[in-house]
Design a protein around this ligand. Structure first.
Ligand code: PLP
Length: 376
């Protein structure tokens, strides 16, 4: 089945008890045992499993073309479960522009628990090759990256990982549907379902999908079921509902983003636009090969530094000044200030999550926010 069909149907069934087309939400924390001690429906306690979580995991596994999935209470909990499934002394190779929270977890939590970590420019294959060690057990990819939308070559990097017996995990939060990491050789896919999969800024969640249901994935399952950072049944229900429109939404996000990126790249006071769908983007070639859509995220730099960038953010009316991404409404944020004092992000950079409004309205809003800078 094609992706649009999977998005609508995978994980869904008509409720056998009532015929309900939209599935019920199973709030029950516990499930009845038969007289012989067995659990005929497969559920015993909701931390271990729940019908809504099962449905979501079935859907996301099918959507990514994997063999199993583990849903978590946040993208960060999903990310953590992979690091928690490694052992002290294992070496992790991660991008030097990894999602801020992911880098923070590696540096501040997992380094103390004995993981060896090297941060490297994942868009530079030679640099990655040099950073690989005999004890490298995990290559962590995030493409397009945050906030410069750098592109790393999933197929080549997965190959590099496999040469030393390491796993290749791909955080696919920024480009669901648009890129298919398992087809390119990745072993694990992570999503913050808070973003495009949920799609409406109203639910926090995460998932790990695995290409093979192997011993490593069983460790992740243990972290999920025993560690207990699991999503509520309602959260699972909301993400599952969001996924039904994901392929259509992502197409529309991409269309709008390309229009906005084109407008910005022609604007006199915009110093740089970072969008992989622009031919001027350094990752355009690789992106064209591994992405079927360029996605709805972009960032741009305003001439003159932090102050004019802040002023543009202050003047937008239709965009909401907020962090996060992937929802129907457009968001704009001054990324360096949310990342704090140790941020490497340029001070004149604004990150945009392009929503589903009409592109012309979005362009008009940015045009009026930028206009005072043109006059000086
Ligand atoms: C938001 C995000 C995360 C973290 O997800 P949460 O659901 O906020 O915990 C991880 N990776 C990327 C790329 C993200 O954008």
């Amino acid at each position: 089945m094609r992706i649009e069909t999977l998005a609508v149907h995978a994980g869904h069934q008509i409720d056998p008890a009532t015929g309900a087309v939209a599935s019920p939400i199973y709030l029950s924390t516990t499930f009845e045992r038969e007289a012989d001690g067995s659990y005929p429906h497969g559920y015993n306690y909701t931390r271990s499993d729940n019908p809504n979580r099962q449905a979501l995991e079935d859907c996301l596994s099918a959507l990514e073309g994997g063999s199993a999935a583990a849903a978590f209470a946040s993208g960060s909990a999903a990310t953590m479960s992979i690091f928690q499934s490694l052992a002290p002394g294992d070496h992790v190779l991660a991008p030097n522009d990894a999602y801020y929270g992911t880098a923070h977890l590696l540096k501040n939590t997992f380094a103390r628990w004995g993981l060896q970590i090297t941060f490297v420019d994942m868009s530079d294959l030679q640099a990655v090759q040099q950073a690989v060690q005999a004890n490298t057990k995990l290559l962590w990819l995030e493409t397009p990256s945050n906030p410069l939308l750098k592109i790393s070559d999933i197929a080549r990097l997965a190959e590099l990982a496999h040469q030393v017996g390491a796993l290749c995990a791909c955080d696919n939060t920024w480009a669901p549907i648009a890129q298919r990491p398992f087809d390119l050789g990745a072993d694990l896919i992570v999503h913050s379902t808070t973003k495009y999969l949920g799609g409406h800024s109203d639910v926090l969640g995460g998932v790990v999908v695995t290409r093979q249901d192997n011993e490593f994935f069983q460790r992740i399952r243990q972290v999920q079921q025993t560690g207990g950072a699991v999503p509520s049944p309602f959260d699972c229900w909301l993400v599952l509902r969001g996924v039904r429109t994901l392929p259509l939404r992502l197409r529309a996000h991409t269309e709008n983003a390309l229009k906005l990126a084109t407008f910005l790249s022609q604007h006199p006071i915009v110093a740089a636009v970072h969008y992989p769908g622009l031919q001027s983007h350094p990752g355009y070639e690789v992106a064209s090969q591994q992405m079927s859509l360029f996605g709805g995220m972009l960032s741009f730099q305003v001439q003159g530094g932090r102050e004019p960038a802040f002023a543009v953010a202050a003047r937008v009316k239709l965009f909401t000044r907020a962090t996060s991404l992937g929802a129907v409404e457009s968001l704009l944020e001054h990324r360096a200030s949310i990342e704090g004092p140790t941020s490497q992000t340029p001070q004149n950079l604004l990150r945009v999550s392009v929503g589903l409004e009409h592109a012309d309205d979005l362009i008009e809003d940015l045009a009026q926010a930028l206009a005072p800078l043109v006059q000086g």
